[in-house]
Design a protein around this ligand. Structure first.
Ligand code: JBH
Length: 245
């Protein structure tokens, strides 16, 4: 997969790009990430990327021209004919979930535009962008961190990326349940013991214990996830009995 990122803060990306798992993935040629500075596509003396909002109000708004110019320049370097999603990271977008990550991971290319909290000229949204994504209902100044979140979760799903085949299926948000508690050595730490069943070597019992822990935890912390989770009739009964306690 090739990912092109459009930003006015390209210096935010190299540290993340150099982190170990991602570096390995890039070196293997499984993903190619190109970061573009929108400011490089301005033609005025001051390299202006934003301006005051028409009608007044706080904050600055991204001008349309530098964004259109950057997208058009980047597009002209993509030879693959398949659909190219042009995605804006913005608080107005649809909420990013594991399902959206799965969707995006099927594309050969994607283009991410890091919007800013105050806004981007609406003509960019209307006539350039094909999808808008938000990573959550909280305030971020710009879409850069959101773009890194989206890329990291999408890249983990690409075939050939370390562990993508096995762990992707087991991961909590894929199964619709939160993860069960995990333990490692020592078997006792400061008097706190690892649950006996995990040391038993009985794999069926361990699987059953983990499943129940995942259900209990989900009910306690994220009950709304249980509505969509794939549970057996027995497990549904367990949920009901736990609710009524
Ligand atoms: C994207 O994902 C969003 N959540 C909150 N704030 C944002 C700001 C810019 C881009 C977001």
């Amino acid at each position: 997969m090739r990912i092109d990122v459009l930003t006015i803060f390209p210096e935010m990306f190299p540290c993340w790009l150099g982190s170990s798992i991602l570096k390995h993935t890039i070196e293997k040629g499984l993903v190619d990430i190109k970061v573009h500075n929108i400011r490089d596509y301005t033609h005025d003396r001051h390299h202006t990327v934003d301006d005051y909002p028409y009608g007044g109000g706080a904050g600055m708004i991204f001008k349309p021209e530098p964004v259109f110019k950057t997208v058009e320049a980047v597009k002209s370097t993509i030879t693959d004919e398949r659909v190219l999603p042009i995605i804006m990271l913005t608080p107005q977008g649809r909420l990013f979930t594991q399902q959206v990550a799965g969707e995006l991971s099927a594309h050969r290319n994607m283009l991410l535009i890091c919007g800013r909290y105050e806004g981007v000229d609406a003509r960019v949204h209307e006539h350039l962008v094909t999808d808008e994504i938000s990573i959550g209902d909280y305030v971020l100044s710009g879409g850069e961190l959101a773009a890194m979140v989206v890329m990291e979760s999408v890249i983990r799903l690409l075939p050939g990326v370390l562990g993508s085949e096995d762990s992707a299926l087991e991961d909590s948000h894929v199964a619709g349940l939160l993860e069960y508690p995990q333990y490692t050595r020592p078997p006792e730490y400061r008097g706190w013991k690892v649950p006996e069943v995990l040391l038993s070597g009985n794999h069926a019992q361990i699987a059953a214990w983990r499943r129940e822990q995942a259900i209990r935890r989900t009910l306690e912390r994220r009950p709304e996830l249980l509505e969509k989770a794939k549970l057996t009739t027995k497990e549904r009964e367990l949920v009901e009995s736990l609710k009524n306690r």
